[in-house]
Each structure stands twice: as C-alpha cells, then as structure tokens.
Ligand binder design. Structure first.
Ligand SMILES: NC(=O)c1ccc[n+]([C@@H]2O[C@H](COP(=O)([O-])OP(=O)(O)OC[C@H]3O[C@@H](n4cnc5c(N)ncnc54)[C@H](O)[C@@H]3O)[C@@H](O)[C@H]2O)c1
Length: 282
C-alpha cells in the first residue's frame, strides 16, 4: 500500500533518529503527520519542518496518552491511514547483569509500547477497512547475537506480534509491516541502560560508527512499504545476517560463537585483571 499525499499518519518516537527522518519524508510526500514523543514541548528537530505537522506528547507506556491520542485522531481527522509504532530504547550486556527492572523497562517501551499502539488503533482501522500499521523492530528481532537478551527478546516479540496481526487484519483490508534494520546512526546509544559497560560501549560504537544514516533507512523503509513488503530489511547487513541464519546455519553458528567466545575471553581477562588489582592493593 503506497503512502501518498493527504494520508493521515501517526509516528511515535518522532523527535529523533528514524522517527524524525520518517516524519520529514512523509511531510515531503504531502502527508498530514501527527508526530509524538515523550517530551512535553515541541522537540527542536520537528519545529523547523515545513508541512502539515502536529506535535503531541505520547509516552508509549501510558494507556491514558494512547486514549487521548485516539480521541484527537478521531476528532481532528476522523480516521487514520498509517500508524508507525517506532519509539524505542536500547540495552545490552551479560544476562547475569540484567535485572527485573531492566527487563520491565525495555519491555514496557519496546514491546508493550508497540502493542498499545496496535490495540488502540485496530478497531478504527478495521471499521475503515483501510490503512496500515508499521512497527519498528530490529534485525535483532530476527537474528539474536549473544549479550543482547533483553533487546533481542522484545524485538523478536515485535516481529511475532506484527506477523500475527498481519494475518488478523488482512481480511479487513488493513496492512501490517515490520522494520528490521541493522545498526544505523541515531541518538539510540544515549538511551542505553546497562550494568555491563563494555557491552554498552560496543553498542555505542556500532550505532555511532555505522555508515548508514536514519534518512537512508527511512527512504528504504518507505520504498519497501510502497512495494507491499511486510518484513522490511532496509540494509545489506540485516539481509545477509538473516539469510545466513536461514540458508547457511553452519555459517551463522560460527559467527555467533566467534562473537560469544571473544566476549567471554574479554570478560575472563577483565576478571583476572580485577583480581590481580585486588591482590596488589590488599
Ligand atoms: N539506531 C539503530 O541502530 C537501530 C537499529 C535497529 C532498530 N532500531 C530501532 O529504531 C527505533 C528508533 O530508534 P532510533 O535509532 O531512531 O533512536 P533515537 O533514540 O534517535 O529515537 C528514539 C525516539 O524514541 C523516543 N522514546 C523513547 N522512549 C519513549 C517512550 N517511552 N515514549 C515515546 N517515545 C519514546 C525518544 O525520545 C526518541 O525520540 C527504535 O525502536 C530502535 O529500537 C534502531
């Protein structure tokens, strides 16, 4: 289903990164855009954009925020053509350093935030018998590298939710697609909560050192959405990793084991250095 002039679009996590790039490109297409994010005031990146843009605060963890957003959409637009559940945060590191709080935090935003968006707008979309939902997952939702248990689990949840919902809404003429990119440059590293500094640092390096920009990813996402793709892999790294898992499992296993063993060796070395330091100071 193509996204075109006049379409009414809601985007979550729109103040930065992929959300901001999607808003920019949707406005360029002539869409009417309701950009939302956690911030109360209009974020600076959105303020300068030309086009039919409205900003509202929407914390994807808040049922009340979703209810009032739905009311705004109903009252102002009388319906919706595209709901983009994009807001997200990041985590990473050894599973033994994760906590119930860290699992709850990322689940509430990255998985239940998407689920709330789908639940809130499903009835309206079904009634219209038109429109679509676009959920942002990650390549980590399809391939699951070591030391990313929390992030991989919630993103795999978004992939599963999106497929299940795609079948559910298809009879009503409503589309559902999911985005699964590899690392690209955004402010995502600033959101990382992790008790494992080495994992946070390597995630930061991968995000901030990526050769891909959010603009490039957004352009590819919209191209693939127009082409009717339901699982959108917007970059080569994501496509290669997913293909390796499905068609060359021995290669996938070798890649994952190499990464895991290197991380385990680094951890042992750091532990040894800490123990030696403790002996010297005692
Ligand atoms: N950057 C990457 O390498 C990468 C790779 C794969 C998937 N993703 C996914 O892309 C999506 C967008 O992330 P990004 O990379 O553009 O990062 P970003 O940090 O630049 O943007 C994320 C946005 O989400 C907002 N947000 C965070 N918590 C929120 C909440 N509770 N309610 C509403 N908004 C909230 C932030 O304020 C921010 O504006 C995320 O779902 C992320 O997991 C990113």
């Amino acid at each position: 289903m193509t996204v075109s002039t006049g379409d009414r679009v809601l985007v979550t996590g729109a103040a930065s990164g992929l959300g901001l790039s999607l808003v920019t490109q949707l406005l360029e297409r002539g869409c009417r855009v309701l950009a939302t994010d956690v911030h109360l005031d209009l974020p600076s990146g959105l303020a300068a954009l030309p086009g039919r843009l409205t900003y509202r605060q929407l914390d994807v963890r808040s049922d009340d925020d979703w209810t009032s957003t739905l009311a705004w959409v109903r009252q102002t637009w009388g319906g919706i053509d595209l709901v983009v559940n994009n807001a997200g945060v990041a985590s990473g590191g050894r599973v033994d350093l994760t906590t119930s709080e860290s699992w709850d935090w990322i689940t509430q935003i990255n998985l239940l935030g998407v689920a709330r968006g789908c639940r809130t707008f499903a009835a309206m979309l079904k009634e219209q018998r038109s429109g679509q939902i676009l959920n942002t997952a990650s390549a980590a939702g399809l391939v699951h590298p070591p030391r990313m248990t929390e992030y991989a689990a919630v993103k795999a949840g978004v992939v599963a939710l999106s497929e299940s919902l795609r079948w559910e809404l298809e009879p009503y003429g409503v589309g559902v697609a999911v985005i699964c990119p590899s690392f690209f440059r955004t402010n995502l590293a600033d959101s990382i909560r992790s008790a494992d500094p080495s994992a946070s640092e390597s995630a930061r390096k991968l995000i901030e050192g990526s050769g891909r920009s959010a603009d490039t990813i957004a352009a590819d996402v919209l191209r693939q959405l127009d082409a009717g793709k339901s699982v959108i892999l917007p970059d080569r790294d994501a496509r290669v990793a997913y293909a390796a898992k499905r068609f060359a499992p021995w290669l996938y296993r070798a890649m994952m084991l190499r990464t895991a063993r290197q991380a385990a060796a680094d951890e042992e070395a750091a532990g040894g250095a800490r123990r030696a330091g403790a002996r010297v100071s005692s």
